[in-house]
Design a protein around this ligand. Structure first.
Ligand code: NDP
Length: 394
């Protein structure tokens, strides 16, 4: 039943290479009973792995802004696996830390910036792209300043705290004629791409329901979690940080935009971690095709990153679904449980190279600013649904 998957993915990779259309925030088109998503999530596969790496002088130069946990443990090491991207500059409030990493990655110390002299990066022709890996509440300012410095921007999720900030980021990139991409790594990761393909090709039968659960324990002793407890820097609680993966999954698996949202929210009373941001949000999305997505988001239980897709003929389970490595995909149908093995790839390298490809070929990236804005808009509506107890029509 799933033998054609690999062939289909590489066919889509070729389609992608040949160029794909603008990723609008469109609503699915209805033809009779068949929903044809106008969005093209599944059509954009990562660069084919057989493509050779560009020589160093042809790779685009990246500056990483904010040398925290994610930047230093995942992103910076991933440049070694990039075919179009190279790390050439660092921006940090901690000079000693930046010098240590500059030495480790062979970066010229003249390419170390701080938050005050950041704008002078405009004078550095080695830097083509700026990757914002700061606390969420700082994404807008540093993306806008980066675009004004004439650089292309990759920004971590969530795009920003508010819809207005997201729009200002899009406007700044457009005005500077630079690309703006949101680092939705799952949309470049092979297991998630396979899930999209299986769900949208009808291989599971008619889609009925999706569950998507993302949770972890917020640790007040971890420096990377301190800003996550502050609304100004985090924008929101578990929803903004990890519930966004549940929301994203529902959207990219259906290829549709939700038309109705209901939600409930709860934080443990007296728990000092949740004075400013929420602990738990459960939300339900209804899509135009009738698919219902049950999504959860929590800072109160241990590591959970699970997606299930229920079709009329088969159920797909992806668990872990949105981890960094070691995903597991199982199809359950009348023949029993079948695990689908797919070659793991470095999703961070794939997404960074995707932005380089978009720049080099002057194409809209697969996850542009508009995609990040849509999630922030929907998360605000999820909060509203939880606050009012009403089902919100989108
Ligand atoms: P960290 O706290 O580990 O890193 C943030 C870095 O930002 C700090 O180390 C610091 O770097 C800099 N910074 C500047 N001002 C402040 C401030 N006021 N408070 C705290 N840090 C500041 O966070 P993470 O690395 O976990 O997260 C950073 C971003 O990456 C977030 O937007 C998060 O959502 C995203 N992320 C994405 C993941 C994904 O899978 N896509 C996974 C994890 C995080 P310096 O000392 O160099 O100035």
């Amino acid at each position: 039943m799933f033998d054609s998957l690999k062939k289909e993915l590489s066919r889509r990779a070729l389609l992608h290479k040949a160029g794909f259309g603008l990723m609008g925030l469109s609503v699915a088109g209805v033809v009779g009973q068949i929903i044809k998503p106008v969005r093209t999530f599944a059509q954009a596969a990562p660069a084919p792995s057989k493509e050779p790496s560009l020589p160093p002088e042809k790779k685009l130069g990246w500056a990483v802004v904010g040398l925290g946990k994610f930047a230093t443990e995942q992103i910076m090491p991933s440049f070694a696996e990039c075919k179009r991207s190279k790390l050439v500059a660092l921006v940090s409030g901690d000079r000693a830390k930046a010098e240590k990493y500059a030495q480790q990655y062979g970066i010229n110390p003249k390419n170390i910036y701080n938050y005050q002299n950041y704008d002078s990066i405009r004078n550095n022709p080695e830097v083509d792209v700026i990757y914002i890996i700061l606390p969420n509440g700082m994404h807008a300012e540093y993306s806008i300043r980066g675009a004004q410095a004439g650089k292309h921007i990759m920004c971590e999720k969530p795009m920003a705290n508010t819809v207005e900030e997201c729009q200002a980021m899009i406007n700044a990139a457009n005005k500077a004629n630079r690309k703006l991409m949101i680092a939705y790594r799952a949309q470049y990761e092979p297991y998630n791409l396979a899930t999209i393909q299986l769900a949208q090709s009808g291989k599971l039968g008619k889609l009925k329901s999706i569950t998507s659960d993302h949770g972890r324990t917020l640790n007040p002793k971890d420096p990377a979690d301190i800003w996550r407890m502050q609304k100004k820097l985090a924008g929101g609680g578990s929803l903004y940080d990890i519930g966004i993966y549940s929301l994203q999954a529902a959207r990219y698996i259906t290829g549709e935009e939700p038309v109705a949202i209901s939600a409930m929210m709860y934080s443990t009373p007296g728990d000092s971690r949740f004075r400013e941001v929420e602990e738990n949000v459960n939300f339900v999305l209804r899509f135009p095709s009738g698919v219902l997505a049950n999504c959860t988001s929590s800072y109160g239980y241990s590591n959970t990153k699970r997606i299930q897709v229920f079709g009329s003929d088969a159920v797909l389970e992806l668990d872990p679904a949105t981890d960094y490595y070691k995903h597991r995909l199982v199809i359950k149908d009348k023949n029993g449980n079948q695990e689908q093995k797919i070659e793991e790839k470095n999703q961070f390298a794939l997404e960074m190279d995707h932005l380089c490809e978009s720049i080099m070929q002057n194409k809209q990236p697969k996850t542009p600013g508009e995609e990040g804005l849509q999630d922030v808009r929907l998360m605000q509506l999820i909060y509203e649904a939880a606050r009012t107890g009403k089902t919100i029509k989108v």
